[in-house]
Design a protein around this ligand. Structure first.
Ligand SMILES: Cc1cc2nc3c(=O)[nH]c(=O)nc-3n(C[C@H](O)[C@H](O)[C@H](O)COP(=O)(O)OP(=O)(O)OC[C@H]3O[C@@H](n4cnc5c(N)ncnc54)[C@H](O)[C@@H]3O)c2cc1C
Length: 523
């Protein structure tokens, strides 16, 4: 009791001494930002979060998007009563979303209802050979024991290690702008890097512990989100297994685009002005500062710019050679994440035998990886993914219908044609029908394909990449394309091609990081 009184008295003294000064300083800073204008190029998650963060700090923010809808790769396509999420479908790491909303005094539940999927997803290894990945730890452990006796304890150790990586990664690493290696010169950080197995691979880690091919596939799958093979993905990224198997797979009712709507609402409440159907074409500068952003419709005077459109497009098309961070030759040498062949399909029947997320790992994983990374070509026997959100969320399809999303990862930069797309659609349908025992072909009422050419046309995506840059060792942290422009003091890049990397949660972090860095540089 006495202690509490003393603490309270102490807090009052501190507030009286420093509190007013602090509040005065914060107000001064906000006031000094008030008349500063920032343009954010691109309205994906990175752009939306950069815009919201800067506007909250008092900047006058204009968010410019070339397409008629905001959200970037998370746009929607509506047709005949169906609503298709065009890109992301896995909601992982919910705390990253909550952290963003929290800064505005909000939470995810203010915008959408999140449901945890249970089972999390299904993996098809062949006909009558499938595994449903449970959402609770004990059932997961039982599943591991069933597949490989003795693997339950190993799973416990593996996930304990993955938890350490996840927590250290999220608390210590992802919030560093990684402008320089010196940001990591701290004994604690260097020690952590070794403990996190930065120099080993996810694949080696998994294969050292688990022998059964099914368990290996299950544990190697999450890093595919990071755009590289498990063999080429640093061991630290087994943190993704923690995100997958412990933190869980979630779904925002209404679809992934609900996140876009939430972030749009936040941006508008903070005073961000949003322009769609307007493309940024070039910039004007004085010495080492951008002074104007030129678009397809107008031009805007600026104090600062966040480039949250595809990084390579900004370097190649918006900036002149002398100002771009990387030359064409340098971009060409980088390892891009895969592109994708997608199909949005509506069928006029309900399905019983598949789950929300279904992975078809019934063909040779290594062969497909080779055809993406080392010998780029259309895959001979692709692995693929099918999502059926309407099983849970009836708002995505008309009564008695089902909403399906198909995805095959493909090498970036391949020649794309309708005939080729169709061939792969047939392949996927054959396997989906065979394994699920459901007739689908004859029930299709809506169908649209989407692949490399569309990624280039719609997002100015370099080589038609879907998820940005691959997270290989040589493209991790300070080795990734830099957030900070080397030549223009008031330009910062954000999004999946810079730090921390591909995926919705990293794009959210990237936008906030770039905003904080730009804000500091404009003080
Ligand atoms: C098919 C697919 C499935 C995916 N699945 C998942 C998943 O399940 N879970 C997950 O976490 N992640 C997933 N991802 C990855 C995730 O969607 C992306 O990493 C993330 O959305 C990228 O956000 P961003 O803001 O960096 O870029 P983008 O979303 O690409 O936003 C960039 C924006 O800039 C605009 N733009 C480009 N040039 C200009 C210009 N000159 N002027 C104005 N605007 C411009 C573009 O139109 C675009 O709107 C998936 C991606 C795809 C494509």
């Amino acid at each position: 009791m006495l202690n509490n009184k003393l603490n309270f008295w102490f807090c009052i003294q501190i507030y009286q001494k420093y509190g007013r000064v602090l509040i005065y300083r914060i107000s001064l800073r906000l006031m000094s930002n008030l008349n500063k204008k920032v343009v954010v190029i691109g309205s994906g998650f990175a752009g939306l979060c950069a815009a919201g963060t800067l506007a909250k700090q008092g900047f006058k923010v204009l968010l410019i998007e070339k397409n008629d809808q905001i959200g970037g790769r998370a746009r929607i396509w509506k047709e005949k009563g169906f609503t298709f999420d065009m890109g992301p479908s896995w909601y992982w790491m919910p705390e990253v979303f909550e952290n963003y909303y929290q800064q505005f005094g909000k939470k995810a539940s203010d915008f959408y209802h999140l449901k945890r999927l249970s089972p999390s997803y299904r993996i098809y290894f062949g006909k009558n050979d499938q595994v449903d990945v449970p959402s609770d730890y004990q059932s997961l452990r039982n599943l591991f024991e069933e597949i490989e006796p003795g693997s339950g304890d190993k799973l416990f150790r593996f996930l304990k290690d993955a938890k350490y990586k996840y927590e250290t990664g999220m608390n210590d690493f992802v919030w560093r702008p990684s402008n320089s290696i010196t940001e990591f010169f701290e004994l604690r950080i260097v020690k952590a890097l070794f403990k996190m197995n930065l120099f080993g691979s996810v694949s080696a880690e998994v294969r050292n512990l688990f022998k059964h091919p099914k368990l290996r596939k299950l544990l190697e799958f999450p890093v595919l989100f990071l755009g590289a093979t498990p063999q080429n993905t640093p061991g630290l990224y087994s943190l993704m297994n923690y995100a997958d198997l412990v933190l869980g797979t979630w779904y925002p009712m209404g679809g992934m685009n609900e996140i876009v709507k939430a972030m749009e609402q936040i941006a508008l409440e903070q005073g961000v002005e949003i322009h769609v159907n307007e493309e940024v074409r070039s910039i004007e500068h004085q010495q080492d500062k951008i002074t104007k952003v030129i678009t397809s419709k107008s031009s805007y005077e600026v104090d600062g710019v966040i480039a949250a459109a595809d990084y390579a497009h900004v370097d190649k098309e918006i900036l002149t050679k002398e100002f771009s961070n990387y030359s064409l030759t340098e971009w060409d040498k980088k390892t891009m994440s895969p592109s994708s062949l997608l199909f949005y399909v509506g069928i006029n029947k309900r399905l019983k035998n598949i789950l929300h997320h279904n992975l078809f790992f019934d063909e040779d994983f290594e062969q497909h990886a080779k055809e993406i990374y080392t010998e780029p070509q259309w895959p001979s026997k692709p692995l693929f993914y099918v999502c059926c959100p309407s099983l849970l969320d009836r708002s995505t399809a008309p009564e008695g219908h089902e909403n399906l999303f198909f995805l095959i990862p493909l090498a970036p930069g391949l020649q794309d044609s309708e005939a080729e797309r169709e061939k792969y659609f047939e392949m996927m349908l054959d396997r989906l029908e065979k394994y699920s025992g459901e007739e689908i072909r004859t029930h299709i009422v809506v169908k649209r394909s989407y692949a490399m050419n569309d990624f280039v046309k719609d997002y100015h995506s370099y080589k038609g990449n879907a998820y940005g840059l691959a997270n290989t060792l040589l493209q991790t942290a300070f080795l990734k394309p830099k957030m900070k422009s080397k030549r223009l003091k008031n330009l910062y890049y954000a999004g999946q091609l810079t730090v921390p990397g591909p995926g919705v949660p990293p794009a959210i972090i990237s936008g906030q990081l770039a905003a904080m860095e730009l804000s500091k540089s404009l003080q």
